[in-house]
Design a protein around this ligand. Structure first.
Ligand SMILES: [Zn+2]
Length: 391
């Protein structure tokens, strides 16, 4: 059984260990050692990474009760590990400390939610970015603010975080979260006055080291609430990025930094009004254009302004000017939507021929057909001008 050095000391970054077994498959070399400071993946948290001897440890997992260090299987790595009985391990403490900040922050958050509302944390994920906590009860915005304030107050109180290894009798007398039947020694993480929880992960020594906890999102989830938080350095980087975004929006909208939402809403409303005005003006313009078009046997129009329903409306406005058909197209780069109308000609065979010639799709009634196709304006014009109509 590998001695878990991280159990007693979260700040141990370098250690010596003996290789117990070493084997490989196509992807990885797996190293089992007599002791390790690498925290393996588990309980919703990713594993430590770092170096073992001269090779990089990419992942650490508990498989069949053994802690295995995963190293990429390559000729170089195999050579570096050959005949090595004792290895020096070094964990990536930047990642470890960030994970400790997130995990200790999560305990404080869950402990406070539990004591205020009685909800349990039923799902926890600590990846490389956001940390998510799932509670089995609903929290509203006021609840979230209240909890966030208390969590940060706990951080500023700089309380010692204690790791306990209680005896069976001591454990029986203890009230704590995450109570599941575990064989062997149960490890308890206690934040006095805030939380007591069974947990195997490394934590910071004092709450002050977490720095800050920010809720970045919360939503209803499976009848409860999913809360996304960021702690410490991750919260700092997130705030920096989002404040920069807000500063840019403030500059773009010439508004104060704490009034950007109102400024964007004003712009959005203005934009919607302008869009509405443009549709009205386009209709007027197309009406004038339609009036100016002379009556003919066939009329073929290409116009990029015939967006949405305007295509059909414009085609219908030409219906009385033609003895055969009026065909209208809207699009660009050889890709067009079409609408063709007629009072005299059955357009269904014409539509079929057009689709066949230009990889088109669409159809309709004898007097109106619509669809889309691909081809050059010139080729489409030629095709429709020369098309023989047999009624
Ligand atoms: Zn935990």
């Amino acid at each position: 059984m590998t001695e878990r050095l991280y159990d007693a000391d979260s700040y141990l970054t370098e250690f010596k260990c003996k290789v117990v077994s070493l084997y490989s498959n196509d992807d990885n070399i797996y190293i089992e050692t007599d002791r390790t400071a690498f925290f393996p993946e588990g309980g919703g948290q990713t594993s430590d990474i770092g170096e073992l001897g001269e090779v990089h440890v990419e992942n650490v997992q508990i498989i069949d009760g053994k802690i295995l260090h995963f190293v990429k299987n390559s000729v170089e790595n195999a050579e570096k590990l050959k005949n090595q009985e004792v290895l020096c391990g070094k964990i990536d403490f930047k990642k470890r400390f960030s994970d400790m900040q997130q995990h200790s922050g999560e305990h404080i958050f869950s402990g406070i939610v539990h004591s205020l509302y009685g909800y349990n944390n039923v799902g926890f994920h600590l990846g490389s970015e956001i940390v998510t906590l799932d509670f089995d009860g609903e929290l509203n915005e006021d609840d979230i603010c209240k909890v966030e304030n208390l969590v940060n107050k706990t951080i500023w109180d700089n309380i010692e975080i204690r790791v306990l290894f209680p005896t069976v009798d001591e454990l029986k007398a203890l009230t704590y979260r995450s109570k599941i039947e575990i064989e062997g020694q149960v490890r308890i993480v206690e934040i006095p006055g805030i939380d007591v929880c069974a947990c195997c992960a490394p934590h910071v020594n004092r709450t002050g080291e977490i720095g800050i906890v920010r809720v970045v999102n919360f939503e209803r989830y499976k009848g409860g609430t999913r809360v996304s938080i960021l702690c410490g350095e991750r919260a700092l980087y997130d705030l920096r990025h989002k404040l920069k975004q807000n500063r840019l929006v403030s500059n773009l909208t010439s508004s104060k930094q704490d009034e950007t939402a109102a400024a964007v809403e004003r712009l959005k409303n203005e934009n919607e009004k302008l869009k509405y005005d443009i549709v009205g003006l386009t209709r007027e313009l197309l009406s004038l254009k339609s009036e100016s078009i002379k009556a003919d046997r066939r009329i073929i129009i290409f116009d990029s302004k015939l967006q949405g329903k305007l295509l059909q409306d414009f085609a219908i406005s030409l219906m009385d000017k033609v003895t055969e058909f009026a065909a209208c197209f809207c699009g660009e780069n050889g890709s067009y939507r079409y609408c063709i109308v007629s009072k005299q000609v059955n357009l269904q065979p014409l539509c079929k021929a057009l689709n066949t010639a230009f990889s088109g799709r669409g159809g309709g009634k004898p007097e109106i057909v619509q669809g889309s196709l691909a081809g050059s304006e010139e080729a489409i014009r030629n095709f429709l001008s020369q098309l023989a109509i047999s009624n």
